[in-house]
Design a protein around this ligand. Structure first.
Ligand code: ADP
Length: 238
C-alpha cells in the first residue's frame, strides 16, 4: 500500500475531490475528522486544551467551541503553535492506526486529506504522491464565505494564515484545478486515479511486510527448536 496526500487551500475543493476517490472505493482518511475526534470531551487532547486555554473555548455542555478556539488561534501564532503541539500527535496516531487497518484490508493505496500538509511538514516523508487542489483566489474566497456563512474579512484572514496556493502547487505531483465545474474536476481526478492504479509502488510495502513476517516465523521456529533441545537435555540429565 502507498499513501497519497491530498491538500490545497481552505475552500479550494479538497472535500469535493475526496468524494470522487471515495466513489471509486479508495479510502480517504480525513485529518479534519480525526481532529474533531481527538478533542471529544474526556479525551487526552480535550484535557490539555482546557488546561492551556481555559473555559472560554468550551461550550456549557463541555464540548470544544471550535469557532471560539479558531478565532483565538488565527490571531495569535504562539497559541496556534501550542494547540498544534497538543492535537497533532493525537491526530497522527489516529491516522496511523486507520492506515494500518487499510493495509490489512489489502488496499493498493489510500488518500490522506491533510489541509495543512505543507504548513506542518510532519507527514511529507510518508507520502508517495501529493495532490494539490487549487482554484482562483476570488472563487476560493467566495466559496469559503458561502459555505461557512463567513464575512469577507474573516475569510481573508483564514486564507492568509495558510501557505500561498502557488507555493503548494509547485510542490505537488498532481494539481487539480477546481475553478471550473464539479464535473471538470471529477474528470481530472478520474485521470489521476487511473495513473495511481497503474503504479507498482504498493508492492514495496507488501514485499517488506512479507519479509518481516517470514523473518518472524523463522525466529519463532528457531526458538521452538532450541527450547525443545533444551528440554531434551534437561530430561536426559534426570
Ligand atoms: P475544502 O474541502 O478544500 O475546504 P470544499 O470541497 O468543501 O473545500 O469546497 C468549498 C465549497 O465550494 C463547498 O461548498 C463546495 O460545495 C463548493 N465547491 C467546490 N468545488 C466547486 C466547484 N467546482 N464549483 C462550484 N462549487 C464548488
Amino acid at each position: 500500500m502507498f499513501i497519497v496526500g491530498l491538500t490545497g487551500g481552505i475552500g479550494t475543493g479538497k472535500s469535493t475531490v475526496a468524494e470522487v476517490f471515495r466513489e471509486y472505493g479508495i479510502p480517504v482518511l480525513d485529518a479534519d475528522v480525526m481532529a474533531r475526534k481527538v478533542v471529544e470531551p474526556g479525551k487526552k487532547a480535550w484535557h490539555k486544551i482546557k488546561k492551556e486555554f481555559g473555559d472560554e473555548v468550551f461550550t456549557a455542555d463541555g464540548s470544544l467551541n471550535r469557532e471560539a478556539l479558531g478565532e483565538l488561534i488565527f490571531k495569535d501564532v504562539e497559541k496556534r503553535r501550542k494547540l498544534n503541539a497538543i492535537t497533532h500527535p493525537e491526530i497522527y496516531n489516529e491516522l496511523f492506526w486507520a492506515a494500518v487497518k487499510c493495509f490489512f484490508q489489502g488496499h493498493q493505496f489510500i488518500v490522506m486529506d491533510l489541509p495543512l500538509l505543507f504548513e506542518s511538514g510532519s507527514m511529507l516523508d510518508y507520502l508517495h504522491k501529493i495532490i494539490v487542489v487549487t482554484c482562483e483566489v476570488d472563487l476560493q474566497l467566495q466559496r469559503l464565505m458561502d459555505r461557512n456563512s463567513m464575512s469577507e474579512s474573516r475569510a481573508k484572514l483564514r486564507i492568509a494564515a495558510q501557505m500561498p496556493l502557488e507555493t503548494k502547487c509547485e510542490r505537488a505531483h498532481f494539481v487539480v484545478e477546481n475553478s471550473g465545474t464539479v464535473d471538470d474536476t471529477r474528470q481530472q481526478v478520474v485521470r489521476i486515479i487511473s495513473l495511481l492504479r497503474s503504479s507498482r509502488a504498493h508492492w514495496k510495502l507488501r514485499a517488506l511486510s512479507g519479509l518481516c513476517c517470514a523473518g518472524l516465523a523463522c525466529a519463532l521456529v528457531f526458538l521452538g527448536v532450541r527450547l525443545h533441545q533444551w528440554r531434551q537435555t534437561q530430561l536426559s540429565q534426570w
